[in-house]
Design a protein around this ligand. Structure first.
Ligand code: NDP
Ligand code: GDR
Length: 369
């Protein structure tokens, strides 16, 4: 039985990947951070009692900023495969916490590689590094493939570029099976609530259910190549099953704007919108009746708030997944429309529960970030 160690197991990708690997018969180990509350919502359904003899799922307390801790876990678990998913992964937040982002996303990767080497696992453990389309930043060619030059546009991307190159460097220097997956944006109902897709689907559902008046967004003209996280974790695994270590672009190969995502998500929630005005004054108004709780004169459902603009923006991303299709045999299964539909349906379900909770006097959070 193979053993996998996942950093970032409590995140979106960690949850999908852990489930995928358990289904493949792996023993799965994950690193989770200590938090003052339970932070394992996304993986609670995978929990197994460690007191049971055949437990195949274990969590270890840890933090990517603590070299000793990372080294000890790797020494103890001695994994066959390591998926380094842990990161301060929010691009906008990285402008506010650049040093911390560098520590986790750049040096954290180095800590993993060094721990593997020092544990004498350099020729045994295979390592997946979660690289990103943000490396392309101010894009130098369209679409982007494995040889497109990088031009990072945020502290996050600058940190991830170190993670990318140190992974390549350890592969070339120490003959380690260390690979980069250059993944384009991938989303799901498990996506963090402050990334734009989930922020939109959550808001569309809550507006429809009368829980929130409107949604505030930043740059709605940026273009992204969006896929489903469930499909993308399979690619991570495939990358580590190849004969030789290499780097791969994983993308849908299709581009949509944030604006389009908004239109589709609101329609899916039962609200047809129309854009009016321009620039920071642009708004989306509902063309149909939204819900009983709402004043019929109040039909503005989306406004622009410049606080969500980034100091430097990545305007356009479009991946060319030819290499991963040809060499890994990987193909995304979920279309853009199916992705939006699944996310809205999941958020409608949560919103329905919130309505019931409110009726019984419980206050559900109003965060509209
Ligand atoms: P999430 O933000 O959902 O998850 C990040 C994970 O990292 C969480 O488990 C988080 O723990 C953990 N983490 C953060 N800081 C630390 C730390 N200091 N020590 C230990 N763990 C930490 O990200 P995703 O699942 O979406 O992404 C996974 C990886 O892939 C990330 O590295 C991301 O940068 C990268 N990526 C993501 C893409 C996407 O579109 N989703 C595209 C390309 C790359 P906690 O739950 O406690 O916060
Ligand atoms: P991104 O994802 O920066 O591409 O990074 P995000 O969903 O945060 O932004 C996508 C685009 O939407 C625009 N935008 C907004 N974004 C957020 N979060 N909130 C808003 O209100 C808003 N309004 C407009 C952004 O400006 C941007 O252009 C994600 C992360 O998962 C990274 O970790 C990963 O590496 C990349 O995807 C690939």
């Amino acid at each position: 039985m193979k053993k996998a160690l996942l950093t970032g197991i409590t995140g979106q990708d960690g949850a999908y990947l852990a489930e995928f690997l358990l289904n493949k018969g792996y023993e799965v180990h994950g690193i989770k951070r200590r938090s003052s509350m339970f932070n394992t919502d996304r993986i609670d359904h995978l929990y197994q009692d460690p007191h049971e003899k055949d437990c195949k799922f274990s969590l270890h307390y840890g933090d990517m900023t603590d070299s000793t801790n990372v080294a000890q876990i790797i020494e103890r678990v001695r994994p066959d495969e390591i998926y380094n998913l842990a990161a301060q992964s929010h691009v906008k937040v990285s402008f506010e916490t650049p040093e911390y982002t560098g520590n986790v996303d750049a040096l954290g990767t180095l800590r993993i590689l060094e721990a593997v080497r020092n544990a004498g696992l350099a020729d045994k453990a295979r390592i997946y590094q979660a690289s990103t389309s943000e490396l392309y930043g101010k894009v130098q060619e369209i679409p982007q493939n494995e040889s497109t030059p990088f031009y990072p546009r945020s502290p996050y991307a600058a940190a991830k570029i170190y993670g990318y190159w140190i992974t390549v460097n350890y592969r070339e220097s120490y003959n380690m099976f260390a690979c980069n997956g250059i993944l384009f944006n991938h989303e799901s109902p498990l996506r963090g609530e402050t990334f734009v897709t989930r922020k939109i689907t959550r808001a569309a559902a809550r507006i429809k259910m009368g829980l929130q008046p409107r949604l505030y967004l930043g740059n709605i003209d940026s273009l992204r190549d969006w896929g489903h996280a469930r499909d993308y974790v399979e690619a991570m695994w495939l990358i580590l099953q190849q004969d030789k270590p290499d780097d791969y672009v994983i993308a849908a190969g299709e581009q949509h704007s944030v604006r389009e995502f908004v239109e589709l998500a609101f329609r899916e929630a039962g609200i047809d919108i129309e854009w009016q005005g321009e620039g920071v004054n642009e708004i989306a108004v509902a063309k149909n009746h939204i819900c009983e709780e709402r004043d019929s004169d109040d039909n503005i459902v989306v406004k622009i708030d410049p606080k969500y603009f980034r100091p430097a923006e990545v305007e356009t991303l479009l991946g060319d997944p030819s290499k991963s299709k040809n060499q890994l045999g990987w193909n995304p299964r979920t279309s853009f429309k199916e992705l939006v539909k699944e996310m809205v349906e999941a958020d409608m379900e949560i919103a329905r529960h919130d309505v019931v909770s409110r009726k019984h006097g419980f206050r559900t959070p109003d965060y509209n970030e």
